[in-house]
Write a protein that binds this ligand. Structure first.
Ligand code: ZN
Length: 447
């Protein structure tokens, strides 16, 4: 009996040891797997943190956890993130009370508030499905599909990075200026368009984005919005909509304040001939205007000729009329008419060579009634430079020109009261101040 008991006890002990070993192995394996999953997510999140040119002035990485189940997982994720980033964290509920999230502050250290966070998360995170990662207000495009466990990280719903900027000369969005929208997408995009909306959500102008680079499967896109010099100052909304080749949609929204710019006024006296040129009805003039308008309203996604910088075509000569001037034309009979000057006039002697503002394709080189010998160069999708009143054209339509290449000579043709160059820049359907594209590398390639 004693032997038998001893034998049974031994057996039981061995079985217990084996069971314990199996249990320990299983638990360890689960923990290792969990760690691997967490590490994968955290490394990816951290990677994007850096990739997105994370700037210390934006001090938060925001993770929004939305959906069904798994609030404990969310808490675990939070704790893991806290360990990795050494950050403090807090949770919040949005207005609709169905999204919960965590804001992580980069500089502040964790202040042992785990229990607090756990309670908050327990109360707020009912379900867990598709979290989105933000830097500041910028969505970081991370979708972590969680179905009671962390499974995978797919980056395809939102731009990875977005930035809206004004020309370096102004640092603000003013009448007659340009908005540049810079976007990075985590996968190939079919198209992207951006609209400027007024307070009633009506689109004032829209612009097609265009791809400027691909690096490590990330796509770098630009879009420009030209702000009319007549746009009312105030708050406007920007909305972006795109479609990935995979079929998923990608969106973003932002708000901007457009401020007033004080444009100067000027009076120009016209003789009989010039009065007739401006005032006499002419189907040919109408046709010429329509043709030009249609031409420069086009945005060809493959027309990327200039991604570095623009120059002024006659930098050494004084400006006789600046952009946006309210010009009053006094006719030979004494009556007048006021219009906005949608370009810059350079006073220069006839015959002075005119340089292309940037590399591009000549899309127009003709003689027109009002603008005389005229050249239009397409530089980027929806971005055109326009040169009026030339004495001579030195390029032809469809010519590809380099930046600074001589395209024509200063003249006094068309509706002109003396030798000068009228230079205009047309961006996404609006005439804007051409100087804002000049000596402004940041407007272009600064990814
Ligand atoms: Zn002019």
């Amino acid at each position: 009996m004693i032997l038998l008991n001893k034998f049974n006890t031994k057996k039981i002990i061995i079985i217990l040891i084996i069971a314990l070993f199996i249990t320990a192995t299983v638990i360890t394996t689960i923990n290792i797997l969990k760690t691997i999953e967490y590490n994968k997510i955290l490394q990816t999140a951290e990677g994007y943190f850096n990739n997105a040119e994370y700037d210390n002035s934006v001090e938060q990485l925001q993770i929004i956890l939305k959906g069904d189940g798994g609030h404990k997982k969310a808490t675990e994720l939070l704790l893991q993130i806290q360990e990795v980033f050494l950050v403090s964290a807090d949770s919040f509920i949005d207005k609709n009370n169905y999204i919960s999230g965590i804001e992580l502050y980069n500089k502040a250290l964790l202040l042992n508030q785990n229990k607090d966070i756990q309670t908050k998360l327990d109360n707020t995170l009912k379900k867990l499905e598709i979290p989105k990662i933000f830097i500041g207000d910028t969505p970081l495009a991370a979708d972590i599909f969680i179905n009671n466990q962390f499974k995978s990280l797919s980056l395809n719903k939102l731009p990875l990075y977005s930035d809206i900027s004004a020309p370096a000369q102004t640092h603000q969005y003013e009448q007659g200026s340009i908005l540049r929208i810079k976007l990075i997408f985590p996968e190939a995009l079919a198209h992207y368009s951006i609209s400027l909306l007024d307070s009633n959500n009506n689109a004032i102008c829209s612009s097609s984005g265009f791809k400027i680079d691909t690096r490590d499967n990330f796509e770098y896109w630009y879009a420009f919005i030209g702000l009319s010099c007549k746009i009312s100052p105030g708050t406007y909304k920007l909305t972006g909509e795109g479609l990935y080749l995979s079929g998923d949609t990608v969106n973003f929204t932002a708000e901007i304040d457009i401020i007033k710019y004080d444009f100067p006024t000027e009076t120009i006296y016209l003789n009989k001939t010039l009065t007739a040129l401006l005032t006499e009805p002419s189907p040919e003039k109408t046709q010429e205007r329509r043709y030009l308008c249609n031409l420069i309203s086009q945005s060809n996604p493959n027309s990327i000729f200039e991604i570095d910088n623009f120059i002024l075509p006659l930098s050494e000569f004084p400006r006789s009329t600046t952009f946006g001037d309210r010009c009053t034309y006094v006719y030979s009979n004494g009556s007048d008419y006021t219009s906005v000057h949608r370009g810059i006039d350079f006073a220069a002697p006839e015959g002075i060579p005119i340089e292309a503002m940037g590399s591009g394709k000549v899309v127009m080189a003709v003689n027109r009634i009002l603008t005389g010998y005229t050249i239009v160069i397409e530089h980027l999708p929806g971005v055109y430079s326009i040169y009026y009143h030339l004495s001579e054209l030195l390029v032809q339509e469809d010519d590809i020109v380099g930046i600074g290449e001589i395209v024509g000579k200063v003249g006094n043709t068309g509706l002109s009261t003396g030798a000068h160059l009228h230079l205009a820049l047309y961006v996404s359907g609006e005439y804007v101040n051409p100087e804002y594209f000049v000596l402004n590398k940041a407007m272009l390639y600064d990814f």
